[in-house]
Each structure stands twice: as C-alpha cells, then as structure tokens.
Design a protein around this ligand. Structure first.
Ligand SMILES: [Zn+2]
Length: 210
C-alpha cells in the first residue's frame, strides 16, 4: 500500500517537473532556415510564403518585414500573408537577408536551436533560448553602408560649379566638398564647367572648359 502511494507521488512529481520544463517547440528534427518562395510581379517581388516563414521563425510580422525591407533597401508591404516589395533582387540576395535575420534574431548562438524568443528591456533586445537557457543581447545592427559617392573634386575631373566670389587676383572662386576652387576667367554668379588641374591641401586650381 505504502509502495503504491510512493509510486503515485513519484508520478505526480514527474508530471509536475515535466510541466515546468520549457516546452521545446520543434520535435527534435533538424530545423532549417525557411527558403523564400519568390514571384516577380512586374517591377515588384512577392515573397509568396511569407506567412509560412513567420510561423517557422515565430516572429512578429512587422519585425521581420521591417528588417527585410531595410536590409534590401526597398519599400514594401506585408499583406494577406505575402510580402511585396519594390525591385527585383536576385533570389539569393533575399534568401541571404532572411538567413541574416534568423542568425541574429532566431537561432541560439549557444546551442544552435531556434527555440528562442526576444525580450526587450529599455535599451536592448535579448535573445532568450528556451532550449538551453542562454540569453544573449542582440547587437544593434548597423544599417548597410550606402556606397560612398565618388568625390567630385579630383584632379583631371570635369565638373560644374557656381562661381560664388572673385579673388583679389581676379580669379573666380567656387566651393565644393570643402575645397576652395580657383577658376581663372570665372565671373561671379556664373555656372561654369571646369576641369580640376591641381589640388593642394584644400585648394584646387582649375580651367574653364569649352
Ligand atoms: Zn540555446
């Protein structure tokens, strides 16, 4: 009799322990980053299985949408389970952005499992792993650096400038990119095409082009 009661309380304990354990969401099978299913609609691209992707990564639609649009550098909308955005990037590029998202916001860096969720406190977002208990603050992602524009003021380059002033010697003076550009023959107020001949410090010498 006592033995039975003991057994029962053991089962009870077991049941209780099981209930308190974090529930793994995937059934032990290997989790893979979902593959994007794209369709071109004129100059726009549609991620047809966006809903499915959201379910798989278990993240907020707005969060993933914002990330994808920002990383792809485009505009778009999440509607009716599909993500539609402007432009036709290579499918590989779209997939890579989703991979980036999963590596940053879904997959636990400790155990490699996707059974995680995001927790936000005042300043940081923390990725908490339900499988191994790890939590790791997410580094603020820097926006993809825009390609640097070519400098305009460069020896040998032909550019258009506005003559803003005239120097004591009578040369026209233009300003651009922090340079003072001397333009012999340039009249104040004129828009002229010049070739940069020489740069010295923040002063450039130029010649009016025909
Ligand atoms: Zn983990």
């Amino acid at each position: 009799m006592a033995e039975k009661a003991e057994q029962q309380s053991y089962l009870e304990l077991l049941r209780k322990a099981k209930k308190e354990l974090p529930q793994p969401t995937s059934s032990g099978e290997r989790w893979e980053i979902p593959k994007v299913d794209l369709m071109t609609e004129g100059r726009a691209t549609v991620v047809r299985n966006f809903e499915e992707i959201l379910q798989k990564v278990r993240r907020d639609a707005a969060h993933l949408t914002t990330f994808m649009l920002r990383e792809l550098g485009t505009a778009g909308d999440y509607e009716n389970g599909r993500l539609t955005f402007q432009g036709n990037p290579a499918p590989k590029t779209v997939q890579e952005r989703l991979n980036d998202y999963c590596r940053t916001y879904v997959i636990c860096s400790e155990c490699g499992r996707p059974d995680t969720h995001l927790e936000k406190d005042e300043r940081t977002t923390v990725l908490k792993c339900e499988a191994c208990g790890a939590h790791k603050p997410i580094q603020a992602r820097r926006a993809r650096a825009a390609p640097k524009p070519e400098p305009m003021v460069k020896e040998g380059k032909v550019i258009e400038v506005l003559i803003q002033d005239v120097s004591q010697r009578g040369d026209g003076v233009a300003k651009m990119e922090g340079y003072t550009i001397f333009v012999p023959g340039g009249r104040k107020g004129a828009q002229v095409k010049i070739m940069i001949e020489k740069i010295s410090g923040n002063v450039a010498f130029s010649k009016i082009q025909p």
